[in-house]
Design a protein around this ligand. Structure first.
Ligand code: PLP
Length: 407
């Protein structure tokens, strides 16, 4: 009998991968995660700023709700869009927070916010449709568009400090524009789109018949004076072509549970249910019960996390700005700093990717190259890690910067 390793494996290149998938890029954030894992496995003391997930544990009440659901035998298929209780909990949350009356036919749960975005894009985009994606963007946006056969059209926003403006959207629209993807607070820049600008942009897209996906996965992590804002609070006529992608991953430290949701007009939701019904079906049933508890139970854990992120952010920003060659604007939300490292691209160093690579090799410190988010010259630093790690890691970044600049 042949052992598995003796069976010749076809070279990967011989697999006739579909054209759309061949055009997709691997995730830069996953690459950073793998780099950190490889270092840890080699026993290296690594400072990992790559992870895009909270370092907090899922709150106990949420875990208990999942355990209770399992014990009660709530372990079967549910309807593809989720149990009635989770739909009600999401609708109630949006009513409480934003005064909106969503209907059950406009709500569905998904395997994380990522699946909500995937569903929304593949149900709408035909080959050749243009999709507007402001830079810097979360790595998945263009790839999902490419998967669907669409054409990502990137909007440059560096001139306006990575805050999208109405004029920038106006200039990017063509007769083939079908969708705009917004993400506020933004991963990677931490930028928050001011509510008034959000409204004006949706007035424009509505008038032009363009659909919008608003990725609100970091909704609750906003630092004053920036305000928590959901597109759900816009008037009904501005929501007629809007899909909100939401997530429990960051807000309740539930990344591994895979629960998110989509809020969209009933017909769009129906199409998304069709796709999901034939792909993954319902979100894990016990995770749905956990998510009901997350929304209906005590919310202190969210405030505790936000307070901790606030402290780390303050420390990190000050320390980063003191490093020669590095400039960093203040992130207003999420848990990322997005420093400009172009001042360090000297003495043979040409790209932020090379900077990130040297950080790994020489200082065992992992950051994510901004090029993966469409912003060459920047790196993303996640501060969803302990203040001790942040202090140690920033010291290492400083050492590298000083070595490069010979100061
Ligand atoms: C901007 C943004 N959207 C969506 C997601 C997806 O999160 P999940 O699928 O875990 O809900 C992430 C995760 O990193 C993200 O950063």
């Amino acid at each position: 009998m042949k052992t598995l390793s003796a069976i010749p494996m076809p070279a990967m290149s011989s697999f006739p991968v579909s054209e759309n998938v061949a055009r997709m890029q691997s995730s830069a954030t996953m690459a950073a995660m793998q780099a950190a894992e490889a270092l840890r496995a080699a026993g290296v003391n690594v400072c990992d700023f790559g992870a895009g997930e909270p370092d907090f544990d899922t709150p106990e009440n949420i875990k208990q709700a999942a355990a209770a659901a399992m014990k009660a035998g709530r372990t079967k298929y549910t309807s593809a869009g989720g149990i009635r209780e989770i739909q009600t909990a999401i609708i109630d949350f949006y009513r409480r927070e934003f005064g909106t009356e969503y209907q059950p036919a406009e709500v569905m749960t998904t395997a994380g916010g990522k699946q909500a975005i995937f569903n929304a894009v593949v149900t709408l985009i035909n080959p050749g449709d243009e999709v507007l994606i402001p830079k810097p963007y979360w790595v998945t946006f263009p790839e999902v568009v490419v998967f669907a056969g669409g054409i990502p059209v990137f909007i440059e926003t560096e001139e306006t400090d990575f805050v999208l403006t109405l004029e920038q959207v106006q200039q990017a629209i063509t007769p083939r524009t079908r969708l705009l993807i917004l993400n506020s607070p933004s991963n990677p820049s931490g930028r928050v789109l001011p509510p008034n600008d959000f409204r004006r942009i949706l007035e424009l897209t509505t008038e032009r018949g363009i659909y919008v996906v608003s990725d609100e996965c970091y909704l609750r992590f906003v630092y004053p004076p920036a305000e928590v804002f959901s597109a759900a609070s816009l008037p009904a006529e501005l929501r007629s072509r809007l899909c909100i992608a939401g997530s429990f991953s960051k807000t309740y430290a539930m990344t591994g549970w895979r629960v998110g949701y989509a809020l969209a007009p009933a017909e769009w939701t129906k199409a998304m249910l069709k796709v999901q019904g034939h792909s993954t079906s319902n979100t894990n049933s016990m995770a749905q019960w956990a998510a009901v508890e997350a929304l209906n139970g005590p919310q202190e854990s969210v405030a505790t996390m936000l307070a901790e992120y606030t402290k780390r952010r303050e420390w990190l920003l000050k320390a980063l700005c003191e490093i020669p060659g590095i400039k960093c604007a203040e992130p207003e939300g999420a848990f990322y700093a997005f420093p400009d490292v172009r001042g360090c691209l000297k003495n043979g160093l040409k790209t932020s990717g090379e900077f990130a690579q040297r950080l790994i090799e020489e200082e065992h410190t992992v950051v994510t190259d901004g090029a993966g988010f469409g912003a060459e010259g920047y790196v993303r630093i996640s501060y969803a890690t302990s203040i001790e790690q942040i202090k140690e890691g920033v010291g290492r970044i400083r050492r590298l910067a000083e070595r490069i600049l010979k100061v």
